[in-house]
Ligand binder design. Structure first.
Ligand code: 5GP
Ligand code: ZN
Length: 111
């Protein structure tokens, strides 16, 4: 997907604060953070949303999320993982991404 924002970040065409990468996943800081830690974990492969997630990619993404939480020091204190799909969830970037939020007490329900 040549014009996808997150594919462009993966290719280094748009700057981002990358904090983690492996063979399958990339993670960078959200440009508009909603918590002291707000990282987006994404697959290297272009997948539009969780509705298109299949096979090994799910496990690979969960492994990357766990590593990011450990690296960011929120694995023990707690963190939240959110992925938005579709209009009701206000998905705005159509490359699957997991919001990893932490570093403060998070309210519930999320709204
Ligand atoms: P969504 O609303 O699709 O669940 O989440 C998209 C997220 O991407 C938002 O939290 C937004 O702040 C973030 N975002 C949008 N554009 C950029 C960008 O250019 N760089 C970074 N780092 N984050 C972005
Ligand atoms: Zn993409």
């Amino acid at each position: 997907m040549s014009d996808c924002l997150f594919c462009r970040i993966i290719r280094g065409e748009i700057p981002a604060q990358l904090i983690y990468e492996d063979e399958h996943a990339v993670a960078f800081r959200d440009i508009n953070p909603q918590a002291p830690v707000h990282v987006l974990v994404i697959p290297r492969q272009h997948i539009p949303s969780i509705a298109h997630l299949e096979g090994d990619v799910c496990n690979q993404q969960m492994a990357a999320i766990r590593r990011v939480a450990e690296q960011e020091g929120i694995a023990e204190s707690g963190f939240r993982v959110v992925t938005n799909h579709g209009p009701d969830a206000q998905q705005s970037v159509f490359h699957l991404h997991w919001h990893v939020l932490g570093g403060r007490a998070l309210g519930w329900p999320p709204g």
